[in-house]
Design a protein around this ligand. Structure first.
Ligand code: GDP
Ligand code: MN
Length: 379
């Protein structure tokens, strides 16, 4: 889960990481007020969940409060990589002498948090990583020992000759690790970690991504979620206990169990089709879940066929069959529905569907079902 820069900045402040003074604003007038309060040059920054705002024109310097207001008029409502800017962060402009990069990620290879530091920070860090990866220094953190001074010193010793700066850099990095662990993050990043004209170090940008699987232990963080930036279908699915991920294809998949759902998508690909989604209705299958699943899938305009692939264990095929019928009575589904029901109560399930007289295409095996679904989507 991503949060906005102004929210990440607030977390940095709770951990005493130096950040520029500033506040979030939703209107040009609010921007004017904040700029007046700050009383010097400011930077107006688009708050959207995407990197590279600077290059896209979403980060601009203003000399006066009036100018900040004019800039805010341009940035608010602007489109950055498909996202509409609804709020901006107004911060004091700082005199940046050098832009460093400091980032912590969960590295899945070694299964450790990895600290990355580069002297070549700023807006071109992706290019640095791609073309001159040797300019990014890395250290892995042992989960039992935590961040060790010598590790971080090695990352920064060639950058900072000044003792106080080195000390600050070490302390900021330790705090970033603390945030990472306390809040179950998958990424914590400062880019640019700015060296100012007067020698101070400051986090001139703030980025935090959280591990969604850990949100259950962080209700305060869950509240930071920007509903505008999440797929509404995924929110509805979550509420009804369905695991749903939107994809680009046209074969809608309704499956029980994550493994079978993955295998079903593989099958669709194998027959040269494209799955429209991943959807796991979960173990216990009350008919209501099936209705919701079909509603979510039908809200996608690309859908050309629907594939039910149910292997009944705890899930009962008669429940699924009843859910399908209930859904068909509620919503109009003008596209072919292929149903493969097998396992617990399969005979009862098939009987229910057959008796209903509804226009469904039955399939015996998974292969047959997937093949039919792909053919139907193409015809
Ligand atoms: P991003 O492009 O989305 O990563 O947005 P950033 O917040 O990192 O801003 C992009 C760039 O704007 C930075 O790399 C800086 O070069 C510049 N910038 C941001 N804030 C300031 C500031 O206070 N003073 C100066 N001089 N430049 C800034
Ligand atoms: Mn940045």
């Amino acid at each position: 889960m991503k949060i906005h820069e102004h929210q990440a900045k607030e977390i940095f402040e709770q951990y005493n990481i130096p950040t520029p003074q500033g506040k979030v604003a939703y209107t040009p007038d609010e921007v004017y007020q904040i700029a007046k309060e700050i009383g010097k040059k400011v930077v107006v920054k688009a708050q959207v969940h995407v990197g590279g705002r600077g290059k896209a024109g979403g980060v601009k310097l203003a000399d006066t409060a009036d100018q900040a207001k004019e800039i805010a008029k341009q940035i608010l409502g602007m489109d950055i990589k498909g996202l509409t800017v609804k709020k901006v962060l107004v911060v004091e402009a700082v005199d940046i002498k050098k832009e460093l990069y400091v980032g912590l990620i969960m590295d899945r290879g070694p299964k450790k948090v990895t600290i990355m530091v580069s002297e070549a920070g700023g807006v071109d860090i992706e290019e640095v990583a791609a073309k001159t990866p040797e300019k990014i220094l890395k250290a892995q953190v042992d989960p039992l020992l935590g961040v060790k001074g010598f590790q971080v010193r090695r990352l920064f010793e060639n950058i900072f000759k000044e003792k106080d700066q080195l000390k600050t850099a070490l302390s900021v990095t330790e705090k970033l690790y603390q945030i990472f662990m306390d809040k179950d993050c998958s990424l914590v990043e400062i880019n640019p970690f700015a060296v100012l004209g007067d020698g101070r170090l400051i986090a001139a940008d703030a980025k935090i991504t959280f591990d969604e699987n850990a949100l259950g232990r962080h209700p305060d963080i869950e509240k930071l979620m920007d509903m505008d930036s999440v797929d509404p279908n995924e929110v509805i699915a979550n509420k009804y206990g369905l695991s749903f991920v939107q994809l680009d294809g046209n074969v809608g998949c309704i499956v029980n169990g994550a493994g079978l759902a993955m295998a079903t998508m593989d099958g669709v690909k194998l027959y040269n089709g494209e799955p429209a989604n991943f959807l796991d209705v979960g173990g216990s299958s009350n008919p209501q879940k099936v209705v919701k699943a079909l509603e979510i899938i039908m809200s996608n305009k690309n859908i050309k066929s629907i594939l039910f692939n149910i292997f009944g264990g705890i899930t009962r095929c008669d429940d699924i069959a009843n859910g399908i019928l209930e859904a068909l009575n509620k919503i109009n589904i003008p596209i072919p529905i292929i149903v493969r029901l097998t396992g617990t109560n399969e005979a009862a399930g098939r009987e229910i569907l057959k008796k209903s007289g509804k226009d469904l295409i039955p399939a015996e095996t998974m292969n047959e079902a997937v093949k039919l679904a792909v053919e139907q989507a193409k015809s």
